[in-house]
Design a protein around this ligand. Structure first.
Ligand code: AMP
Ligand code: MN
Ligand code: MN
Length: 323
């Protein structure tokens, strides 16, 4: 942990301890395991101390089914009931303010805004920015915050932090998997975590219909060996023919990036409104965060994304040019 991170964490602790009202927590739109896990961990930890908080994220207010093993999902509040002018608001895994979607105005009006994150591309939009790009997950930052607040872990908090950790390290496989990560995992695992159940629901279980979609999708992958690039276009037509939703395909990029001939892998997911959600992964030296940032998105060096309003061909053109 660098001095800057430590200093900002101390400021965050002060702000949380000084607050005597309900604290407003928010994670990024279409939340993943780190966004939900890190937010719910602090939500449940505050509640264990008798502190009031409210936790939410933007519409579409839907938690993908594979996150059902997390704790405290029933303690989430719909964004329609979120305070418009929170005295203290805390964001989780949110790299830029637009990633709050419909909760963006609350962040703009918040008295104090603590940004807890680990995206290298973070735009530091808070009044207190705790950004640690060396942290494997935002959950790691939350763990440190809890220590400094003197709030002990509970099993439910540990479940959420563990989910954040395994989602963002790809189950201890990515470069972010440092000795610290294993130390935290060991501390969390001591809470008798449902490790096999979490692994299966988060990573290894799909509806049979989705496996059919995967088969079609994989058969349509395109390899461009000359640019060390592999890509896949997932359309609304494919989804509806297999009776699947976009959130079920969150892990599909992990299949595409297996192609040995390609350093950069990409999925172009067509949203209901016709825009394209682009997911990028690098298994080499290419920095896909730069490509995402150049197109209004963000992320990490090896995993990044952006939303395109061009068609698939034009979007691919932009990515190829950047490569
Ligand atoms: P994904 O491909 O959706 O799993 O996202 C990979 C990484 O890129 C995550 O760390 C996201 O936070 C980030 N990311 C994805 N889409 C966007 C976006 N539209 N804007 C900013 N960051 C994004
Ligand atoms: Mn995330
Ligand atoms: Mn994260």
């Amino acid at each position: 942990m660098t001095n800057a991170v430590e200093t900002s964490l101390a400021l965050a602790v002060q702000a949380i301890e000084a607050s005597d009202e309900e604290i407003a927590l928010a994670c990024h739109i279409t939340p993943d395991g780190d966004a939900l896990g890190s937010m719910l961990a602090l939500h449940l930890a505050l509640s264990s101390q008798g502190r009031k908080s409210i936790a939410s994220f933007s519409e579409p207010f839907v938690v993908a089914d594979h996150y059902r093993g997390l704790s405290g999902l029933d303690a989430l509040t719909p964004p329609s009931e979120y305070p418009a002018n929170p005295g203290l608001m805390i964001t989780f895994d949110v790299g830029s303010i637009d990633r709050l979607g419909g909760l963006m105005p609350s962040a703009e009006s918040a008295g104090d805004l603590i940004v807890l994150d680990h995206h290298v591309s973070n735009t530091r939009f808070g009044t207190i920015n705790v950004i640690d790009p060396n942290a494997a997950a935002t959950g790691v930052v939350v763990r440190r915050l809890l220590s400094m607040l003197g709030i002990p872990l509970t099993r439910d908090v540990a479940i959420n932090l563990y989910a954040a950790l395994i989602c963002d390290t790809g189950r201890f496989q990515y470069e972010s998997t440092t000795p610290d990560v294993f130390e935290l995992a060991s501390e969390l695992a001591a809470f008798d975590l449902p490790i096999p159940e979490l692994s299966r629901s988060l990573f290894e279980e799909h509806r049979f219909a989705y496996l059919g979609l995967m088969g079609e999708a994989i058969s349509k992958m395109v390899l461009e060996p000359e640019s060390s690039f592999v890509w896949l276009s997932l359309t609304q037509d494919m989804l509806s023919r297999h009776d699947c939703t976009l959130d079920e395909a969150e892990g599909l990029i992990d299949i595409v990036r297996r192609a040995r001939e390609a350093e950069v892998a990409c999925i172009l997911k067509e949203e209901v409104d016709g825009s394209i959600k682009v997911s990028l992964r690098s298994v080499g030296t290419a920095d896909v965060c730069r490509i995402a940032q150049a197109n209004g998105g963000g992320g990490h060096r090896f995993a990044a994304g952006f939303t395109s309003h061009l068609d698939v061909d034009a979007t691919l053109g932009v990515i190829r040019a950047a490569l």
